[in-house]
Design a protein around this ligand. Sequence first.
Ligand code: PEP
Ligand code: MG
Length: 898
Amino acid sequence: MAHKWVYMFEEGDAEMRNLLGGKGANLAEMTRIGIPVPPGFTATTEACIAYQKDGGFPDGMWDQVVASMQKLNEQTGKTFGDANNPLLVSVRSGARVSMPGMMDTILNLGLTPAGVETMGAKFGDMRFAWDSYRRLIQMFGKVVLGAPAEPFEEIIDDIRKEEGVKTDAEVSAAGWKECARRFKELVENHTGQPFPEDPYDQLRLGTEAVFKSWNGKRAVDYRNNFGIPHDWGTAVNVVTMVYGNFADGKSGTGVAFTRNPSTGEKKFYGEYLLNAQGEDVVSGARTPTEVSKLVEEIPSAWHELQEIADKLEQHYREMQDIEFTIEAGKLWMLQTRSGKRTAASVVKIATDMVDEGLISQTEAVARVQASDIDQLLHPRFDLEVLAKTPVLAHGLNASPGAAVGKVYFDADTAEQKTKEEGEDVILVRPLTEPDDVHGMLAAKGILTQEGGATSHAAVVARQLGKPCVSGCGEININLKERKFTVGDVVVKEGDVISLNGAKGDVYLGTIPVVVPEFEEQTELQKILSWADETRRMMVWANADDPQQATRARSYGAQGIGLCRTEHMFLGERTQLFQNYILADDDAAKAAALAKMLPEQRDDFHGIFKAMDGLPVIIRLIDPPLHEFLPSREELMVDVAVAKVKGEDAGVKEKLLAKANELQEYNPMLGLRGVRLGVMMPDVNKMQVRAIFEAACDAAKEGVDVHVEVMIPLIGHVNELKFLQKLLLDEAKAVMDEKNATVSYKFGTMIEIPRAALTADEVAELAEFFSFGTNDLTQMTYGLSRDDAERHFLLQYVEQGILPVNPFQTIDRDGVGLLMKMAVEKGRATRPGLEIGICGEHGGDPNSIEFCHTLGLNYVSCSPFRVPIARLSAAHAVLREKGWPRIGDLGALDPDRKN
Ligand code: PEP
Ligand code: MG
């Protein structure tokens, strides 16, 4: 038997989407379940692909089209091409996913001048009949035969002038007849051939034109942009015409959603126009009526529409976006597909559908995307005002959220204006550095002229949950004059700007902000609780103080995966650390450490209390010491100025000498991490003492403490051998002194490739591993993140040299391989070894999925990303079970058939 290239609607179903395209499959499915769809058929996507290969219809296809046309004749009781009782059809493209750039629909195919007379007589409206005919020539001429659009419009203009009328609606039957004649002339002049009058010629040319449009420039560009394969092809749908444009008061056309796409409310939502065709609703030339009014205008159609909407939702178990036409009181469905919607409505519809018994809790989880949660939890601008406000400048969308505030150009002023004057502040800097953190903490948002998506500003902003636009090269900062400019616009210190972190947009002036509360998002909470039942990995959070820990826990964190202790010495407390660095002898060092100890102990105590019953990983100090000193440049200037003035440069001079001493060619690979512990064990010992004093005190107060002490940046097991014993002894000493015991572990970060490669040896000592994928990525790629993002990494991604920024999404082939090895080797030595991740990747959905496949126990991310991680960890399980990725590809549950 010849290959089947063409399917009548009653031969297909929704499962055949790949073969029939989305539109064709859904028209077939509606036909199959008894919903009124005008009869029709679909030429397959396979036929399209064969057409591309051979430059013509594949063998047997055209015969099948003609045979299907005969069937349509039988089904409708009309005849295609017949003058007395013509069957008219539309020809529509329809790929697997809806795609712009494909051929526009052609209506009224099959209409001939003789047929026009019949049509006019039948409907008692010659004007309508000739108007339909001239539309056919116009659409066919433009879309299929490639004639330019304007001359058609010029002819219509002429006709209107000749008839002395202003609008198309006033043109007479004779006017449209004359228009059709001139259109044909125009087409003939353009193609050198008469307009094809034979309906089968029209059908053949129309079908070919759809196939050709698959490889039109716009379509190809679109597919390249969105990664849609070029060998999917498009189907062609041939559908019997139905007319909503009779002036009988019982005809019309509309588009609707089965639920509200912006709020998710279970209420039919949409609009329609009486006496109109589909394009009239979409074109916006007339103002459509709110759909519920249909109940007054054509009640029978309204009631049937409600039944159909219900039936479609029950059937597809998804909110549907539908197109319908009412011809002389009779309702026809022209399209159904799952409806696009806002994040709020994604979540509302998913939970409602669970309550209604339409979908399972697991499917509800599968339907929500990480980006939906992002949208729901970050403060956002009032969309109406936003739409009316022009963008001042555009940079990288480094950290999502909306912020409004007065511009200040340095961290101290930003902090002072916030604290002392209660102002909302936006910190604007060329770049941020660790020195600026107090200003970032105070600011509502951060804008930098330079720096990538994982620059200091971006990383810290995400951790703090503050909106940040980084790398905004369109602004020109003049720190001296305390202003920035964008073209002619000057923004001075104290002027108000608004930042949209999710888009990377900067606006002048105030845009009102709406702040969502996690606690109030009951639907989201439900989805996340279902995600919790699905996922295997735990979700922990990176938190440096009790407030962050409390917030993390309220978002559902099940532990702290990284407390960066150096962050406890930022701001005013930097002084304490400087005293240690400057100390000349052991006694002075001990005195400095003694002052630091109670501060750290208090912080730890607060964190243990906040995380009562849950594990807390505290990392010993990690960054190079110079980060606790002012910059050398700044000190040199201060000292020089003091000298010129004949003043005593005092402590600045000492600091400068120390800064010179500590200067390194490559601090990232220098004296930091465990190396600090080896060279100055007293600091680590003080930290361990503070940890265990706090832990014992908390335990005595009834807090259930589970502390895990983490040693950073090891490369060789001997580093652990040297340090861990020392620290363990200190911990035991404290517990003896306090006469208390707490549950504890000592473990390490895996963030140097050598540690991953020798993980079997490392695991002999380490009781847990945590992947520091920020450093592991830097060291595996051999690039410094800040330098790379500033100078070339984003270009690498733009040029496709790297598929994604490896600091945002784990490089599975390289860094990921090291992780895999470390997991296997580590657990070979120590079965059941606890392993997690605390690098930035712990909050990235794609990386979370990878961590799941490696068998990690948990991912740890910034508190604000905990909800996203809970969802993504559940998605990882679903993917493993064969669930497809989210898209508009119909039902998700692989085990469920409609
Ligand atoms: C890491 O390297 O991934 C990590 C968490 O440590 P930090 O970012 O503090 O260097
Ligand atoms: Mg690190």
